[in-house]
Design a protein around this ligand. Structure first.
Ligand code: NDP
Length: 480
């Protein structure tokens, strides 16, 4: 059984407590590795290492940072299959998905920010005849990066890469539920020659390790992706210390399908946006609004497609719906399906836990579930479920559906399906959402800003925005 260790000051170290937590394989329900049960002492050690490393790293030219980050890219690509397998085992996602999405994206994150840091520009402004003002964009110092379990290495590196590229040093915590690929990354950092203390990874429980990183005075900024409630807790601790915050939080995203859409593409993509990664992507469209003339047809086709899905061992090539990440999360999803029933919803397909044979007999599997008959403002349609569960609602006109879509506290992403160009622009502008996809889903250009509005978060990541999160502008005014 693998025992994961913290990565602090350039080496692998045991937690101060010498205590370890069980790490489960969700597809089998068995413990398959141990992770450090770290606490304040480990976080203090990591912050000290990061603080010591900061002066040297912040003065390292971007070209030299580029070399190290690109070595890391090569190593991730060399070990891609091993990393994909580890991600699938740790999280329950199909290996086929980890291969094409999670691991390639982790490499892309480092590649993108290795180059982006070389293209950050400082502005200058002339006060005519009197002075030249220029803006120095300086790395903040030690920063904290905390990420969730749904896209483990993908989101972990999405934060770490820009922080390091910007010249900050990092104390990072992956989700305790999915620590394995972050652990593997630490060994790759050593191999890549990452200077000691530039990246430190402390494993353990959120309320212990995560909260300790947030509360540490010497951590200047927190980049967090996770649930809205955790985001609130982090903001409460960080605000009195005036820390910079970037919070990427929950969602309850609308998928709006107008009758004039390209039907086949809308259906095909809706199957993915409903059930990819077992519906555990913050950008999944869990509220599906369908214009009434095509409601019955779309509903029947979506139900047929859900019934055709292969629920199975995530390591099996034929599987397209793997395991739910943990037993408690599976119970939460099943309780929401019960809630939907009690609110008057009809479960058109799914709704149950699945028991498989063989290796996965004790795993956490849930059928892809399609519900109809609920009002837009009931709890099932207002609260984030974060599983393979979607709710269908018919609508009759544009204003009505915009009101439904905007009726939740969240505003992360939305999808609009229509062949009417004017309507596409009009509706996109009116949706309270950080990201709107028109006739597509999950297409991401890494140069574009990413983030939510309302209770889906604050701040933007992606592109140069992420480099701005980890740097502070200083104005220098020189009299001429
Ligand atoms: P959580 O908020 O429970 O956890 C996220 C991370 O925060 C984990 O590493 C967790 O550690 C840690 N944590 C928990 N409590 C604290 C605390 N008090 N202080 C500091 N850190 C803490 O989210 P989940 O892991 O359950 O992830 C699912 C959520 O993430 C969903 O709401 C989803 O929508 C959201 N998400 C948002 C995205 C976006 O871009 N907006 C993208 C992906 C997911 P531990 O796991 O050990 O408890």
């Amino acid at each position: 059984m693998v025992t994961i260790e913290n990565y602090i000051g350039g080496g692998m170290v045991q937690p101060a407590s010498r205590e370890y937590l069980d790490n489960f394989e969700p597809a089998t329900g068995t413990v398959y590795s141990q992770i450090p049960d770290s606490d304040d002492r480990d976080v203090n050690l990591a912050v000290d290492a990061a603080r010591t490393a900061f002066p040297g790293w912040s003065l390292t030219p971007p070209e030299a940072r580029f070399e190290i980050l690109m070595r890391l890219v090569s190593l991730i690509e060399r070990d891609a299959e091993e990393l994909a397998r580890a991600e699938s085992i740790d999280n329950g996602k199909p290996l086929s998905l980890a291969r094409v999405m999670d691991i390639p994206r982790a490499a892309s994150n480092f590649r993108f920010y290795a180059t982006a840091a070389m293209h950050m520009a400082n502005e200058s402004h002339e006060t005519v005849g009197q002075a030249i003002n220029y803006t120095l964009r300086q790395p903040l110092g030690v920063v904290g990066c905390i990420s969730p379990w749904n896209l483990p290495l993908y989101l972990f590196t999405w934060k770490i890469a820009p922080a390091i590229a910007a010249g900050c040093t990092v104390v990072a915590k992956p989700s305790e539920v999915t620590p394995m690929t972050a652990y593997m990354l630490s060994t790759l950092c050593i191999e890549a020659g990452m200077p000691a203390g530039v990246l430190n990874i402390v494993h353990g429980l959120g309320p212990k390790v995560g909260a300790s990183i947030v509360a540490h005075r010497d951590v200047k900024a927190i980049s967090f992706t996770g649930g809205t409630k955790t985001g609130e807790d982090i903001a409460r601790t960080a605000a009195p210390m005036f820390k910079k915050l970037s919070l990427e939080l929950g969602g309850k995203n609308p998928n709006i399908i107008f009758a004039d859409c390209n039907y086949d593409q809308a259906l095909e993509t809706t199957v993915r946006s409903s059930f990819a990664n077992q519906g555990q992507i913050c950008l999944c469209g869990s509220r599906i609004f369908i214009e009434r003339p095509i409601y019955e047809r779309f509903k029947n086709d979506l139900v047929s497609r859900a019934l055709e899905m292969n629920i199975g061992d995530p390591l099996d090539e034929a599987t397209n719906l793997g395991a739910i990440v943990s037993e408690p999360h599976m119970q939460k999803i099943l309780s929401y399906i019960e809630l939907a029933r009690s609110e008057g919803g009809t479960v058109l397909t799914g709704g149950n836990q699945v028991t498989l044979n063989g290796r996965c007999a004790n795993g956490y599997f849930v059928e892809p579930t399609v519900i109809e008959g609920l009002s837009h403002d009931c709890r099932t349609n207002q609260e984030e479920i974060f599983g393979p569960v979607v709710s269908l609602m018919p609508f009759d006109d544009e204003n009505e559906v915009i009101n439904y879509a905007n009726s939740v506290r969240y505003g992360l992403s939305a999808t609009v399906w229509t062949e009417n160009l004017s309507r596409a622009h009009r509706v996109s502008a009116l949706l309270e959402s950080g990201i709107v996809w028109v006739n597509c889903w999950l297409l991401r250009d890494l140069r574009t800003p990413f983030g939510g509005v309302k209770d889906s978060g604050m701040g933007r990541e992606g592109g140069f925005e992420a480099l701005r999160v980890f740097t502070e502008e200083k104005n220098v005014c020189v009299k001429i």
